[in-house]
Design a protein around this ligand. Structure first.
Ligand code: MLT
Length: 326
């Protein structure tokens, strides 16, 4: 005969087990209104382009509009802070990346958020190999000449980026530390505007995500010295790798991913993750991402758990590279 105490205990544990599966009504029929996707950089840059390609399809799946809100400043940390403080109801999301959710940690000692503690990872969208780019009339013909020229003219050359802690800033910090040079940094609100300046010949060089560079390289309006990945990229078969071009030490690939504020319900995260995965499996979305040089995540890398692991690993990777020598 079960005692009253053990019967009560059994009822409590049954209730706890059931309540764990109880999905709040707000999550059961999510989404019921427009979703805002914050993009921490100006329109036209890589983070904006990837976000628009993927969310356009996600909106179809979810049956609600997804509005892109470009919020700029401080290398993407202004927008990411806003996203961290947003309501965790699934209606405010952010496209973060290797800059906002890794490189910014060592570069901003007083960063107003922590990528792991203040966000729920939703889905990895695209890997974005980094290229070394220059204005069309920059004197060096190839990467070997680029290295020599930048070392010789260290005080005169300048490098464009999208703000301290952005991908374009962090990856060129790595390049510049390998070359032991400190060019003048020229910040923009995104590498969309930065690319316009490069095409106009107003800045000398830039480390940028491939999705922003492919159209300009194919149009012949800028120079591409190399891609910083072990293999050439299918969208740019004539651009050598850094290893082929004589600088194997410079390896850099960024990534873009969707994050939600901490505490967003697992049911909503699952709904968003499923919609993102569906987009990445859709032919037209894949075609557009691939022709811009994106690396579409393998299925095993598309889970929220895999993204959480990526963020942890990327913070560990970039902190020693970027932390000012103490
Ligand atoms: C960056 O981190 O450099 C940004 O992704 C550039 C951009 O998207 O505009």
């Amino acid at each position: 005969m079960m005692s009253i105490r053990s019967l009560a205990g059994a009822c409590l544990s049954a209730f706890a087990a059931l309540s764990a599966f109880a999905v709040p009504a707000s999550a059961q029929n999510y989404p019921t209104r427009t979703i805002t996707m914050i993009v921490p950089f100006a329109a036209g840059g890589p983070t904006d382009v990837i976000s628009r390609i993927v969310t356009a399809h996600m909106a179809q799946t979810l049956g609600q509009s997804i509005v892109i809100e470009n919020v700029v400043g401080a290398g993407g940390t202004t927008a990411t802070t806003r996203a961290a403080r947003a309501a965790n109801d699934g209606y405010t999301l952010v496209t973060g990346h290797m800059g906002t959710h890794a490189a910014s940690v060592p570069l901003y000692p007083k960063l107003a958020y922590h990528p792991e503690k203040d966000f729920e990872p939703v889905a990895l969208l695209a890997g974005t190999p980094i290229l070394i780019l220059a204005r069309k009339d920059f004197p060096p013909k190839d990467l070997k000449e680029f290295v020599a020229y930048v070392k010789t003219n260290a005080e005169k050359v300048n490098a464009a980026h999208a703000g301290i802690g952005s991908v374009s800033h962090a990856s060129c910090e790595l390049l510049n530390s390998i070359l032991d040079v400190k060019p003048v940094g020229v910040p923009f609100n995104g590498t969309g505007p930065a690319m316009n300046a490069l095409v106009a010949g107003q800045v000398d060089y830039m480390c940028d995500q491939i999705v922003n560079a492919v159209p300009q390289i194919n149009a012949g309006t800028i120079k591409a010295y190399a891609v910083a990945t072990p293999e050439r990229n299918p969208s740019l078969p004539n651009v050598p790798t850094t290893a082929e071009a004589g600088l194997p030490a410079f390896q850099a690939q960024a990534w873009n991913a969707i994050f939600a504020p901490k505490g967003t319900s697992p049911a909503i995260i699952a709904t968003l993750n499923a919609a993102a995965i569906k987009a990445l499996d859709e032919d037209n979305v894949r075609k557009r991402l691939l022709e811009l040089g994106s690396v579409i995540p393998a299925p095993a890398n598309r889970t929220p758990e895999a993204l959480a692991t990526l963020v942890k690993n990327e913070i560990a990777k970039w902190t020693p590279v970027l932390k000012p020598a103490t």
